[in-house]
Structures are given as structure tokens and as C-alpha cells.
Design a protein around this ligand. Sequence first.
Ligand SMILES: Nc1ncnc2c1ncn2[C@@H]1O[C@H](COP(=O)(O)OP(=O)(O)OP(=O)(O)O)[C@@H](O)[C@H]1O
Ligand SMILES: [Mg+2]
Length: 327
Amino acid sequence: MTGAVLQIEDLRVRIPVPGGRWVGAVDGVTLAVGSGEIVGLVGESGCGKSTLGGAVMGLLPGGSEVSGRVLLDEEDLRGLTDEQYRRIRGDDIALVSQDPASSLDPTFSVGAQVAEAIRNHRDVSRRAARERAVELLGIVGIPDPRARYADPPHRFSGGMKQRVVIAAALANDPAVLIADEPTTALDVTIQAQILHLLRDLTVRSGTGVLLITHDLGVVAQVCDRVAVMYAGQVVEQGTVRDLFARPLHPYTRALLDSQPAAHHRSGDLPVIPGRVPDLTEPPAGCRFASRCAHVHDRCATAPPVIGMPNGGQVACWLHQAVTEEVR
Ligand SMILES: Nc1ncnc2c1ncn2[C@@H]1O[C@H](COP(=O)(O)OP(=O)(O)OP(=O)(O)O)[C@@H](O)[C@H]1O
Ligand SMILES: [Mg+2]
């Protein structure tokens, strides 16, 4: 994709585990996020979603091995030193994680924490940072932000804390925001408000968002495109409209079938018979084969990634005939 603010190419991450073994948490992922676009990243627990986000943020467990490319506005982040990474983190790329409480320091006021996020990266006066922090708290929907600036986090509800974390993440107009389950801890009404907020902010600032979730209802509400991750690999990606109307990969279909209705409390794992394979010893061939209703002899060989006429992609032998027709 041209004009992508974030371009991930053939990314592989191996995490060392005791016994001299490695978890291949991300295995050959290629994915792009355009300016102002929200791309959903979905899949069951343990499929490598957070590890992918961590690789973009330069925050992986110690000793991890990474290969492939992570391009931010065409600059490869993989060559950066820790110091260079610290400089762009919270500036060009920012993270909002599931647990707002853990991102906020209980001993400082919420306003001071947003102002600090600005001053870490911008040479501005305390006063200017404070004014900008008040403005940001207002933008994310904190009522009476000037008065609330001095309040400590414990005076805020979970939803309000998550707004503060988002305000801090957006403080420096990042090109890319990684939002890892940003609404999982919140009730449905607050979740909807936070998602609308993310949408508004991407429209306003052109930030590209990678929204990690196991909730396809969240994806349907707010994303432009979606990538489905299974056992460290992207097995299908496409526009939200196409993927929901016509899911191609049997795993995507199973995920859609197992989702509770979008208005239900999310966060429960979808129930698909079987389990995600152990990523220290992934199966050869298609990784979903042992759970797939359409399994066939050829699935013992890893499927090709097939480009569909609508621009989507699927890694499944079932669709090979379609590409041959396209060509
Ligand atoms: N620090 C770590 N040490 C060892 N293994 C890890 C570590 N972090 C992740 N893994 C392994 O990497 C794989 C991918 O995990 P990851 O947390 O990226 O999945 P996820 O899709 O984000 O899951 P969830 O939906 O539960 O957040 C899993 O097998 C997990 O056990
Ligand atoms: Mg995760």
C-alpha cells in the first residue's frame, strides 16, 4: 500500500523461553496501516497480537529475535537504538493498553501526566504544556478539564482514566497509535464512546490506528480494515465490509460464528473447538488444519497467501482456484 504510515513486512518475532526453546509468536506478518485509517487486528488469545504491537513499539521481552521490516513513514524502525526508540515512542508512535490504571501514576495528577507526556518530547514551557494538556483532556471528553487537571487518577472512573491515557497517547499527534484492547475493561456504553473518540481523532489528526481486540463487534463498529491473526500469522485481511459479508478463511468464519452479538459484554474468548497450537513447535503446513472442517491432504503444506479481486488476502488452499481464475 502506498501512503501507509505503518508498513510491516514479513515480520517474525521469536521469544526465548526456558529450556533453550523459542516461541515463534509472530511468523511472517505483512500488514499496512494508512493515514487516518483504523485497522483491526483480531484473533484468539495467544495468537501473537500483542507481540506484533510490542514489535512496532520496540517493547518486546528481553532476548527476543526480530526479523523483517517495520516502516514508520518509510523509515525502518528495526535499525533504531534503544535511545532512538525512546525518542519516537510517545511521539511518532504511541500505545494505549487494556489497563488504564497501570499506565497512570497514582501519585501525580492526571493533568500533570498528560503535560509530562508533552514535555518529554517537546521543548515547551510548563505553562504551554499545561494549557495543551487541558485542551487534550477536553478533546477526549473530560468534563471541566481545567478543574479536573489537578485530580489524581483515583478520582476518575475506569472510562475517564482510559480517556486520560488516550489524551497522553495523543499528546504529540503520533503518526501511529497501537491500541491493545483499549476498551476491554470498560462497560459497553463507555466502550462505544471511546471507540467514537478514536474514530474522531483519526479523522482530525490523520493518525493511523492498529486496534487489537478479540471482539469482532468492536471491529465492526469502528475499523476500516481488519486482519485476522491465527497462531502468529495473518490468515486473512480485507475491508471490514468485505470480510464480514464474505469471510473466506475457515478460521475467520469460525470466529464470526462464535462471537457474541456486538452489543453483549465482550472479552470472553470465542469458543471454537480445539486450541491454538503451541508456538514453540507449530505444526507444519496450515496451522489451523487440526481445527478446520475443510481440512484436506494439501493442508499439510503451508497455504499460499492469495490476493482476491476485491483487494483482500487469504492464506488458505480453498481459495486457490479463485486466484487462478483471476490471473
Ligand atoms: N514474555 C513472554 N515470554 C514467553 N512467551 C510469551 C511472552 N509474551 C508472549 N508470549 C507467547 O507468545 C505467543 C503470543 O502471545 P501474545 O501475548 O502476543 O498473544 P495475544 O494474541 O496478544 O493474546 P491475548 O489475546 O491473550 O492478549 C503466546 O504463545 C504467548 O505465550
Ligand atoms: Mg494480547
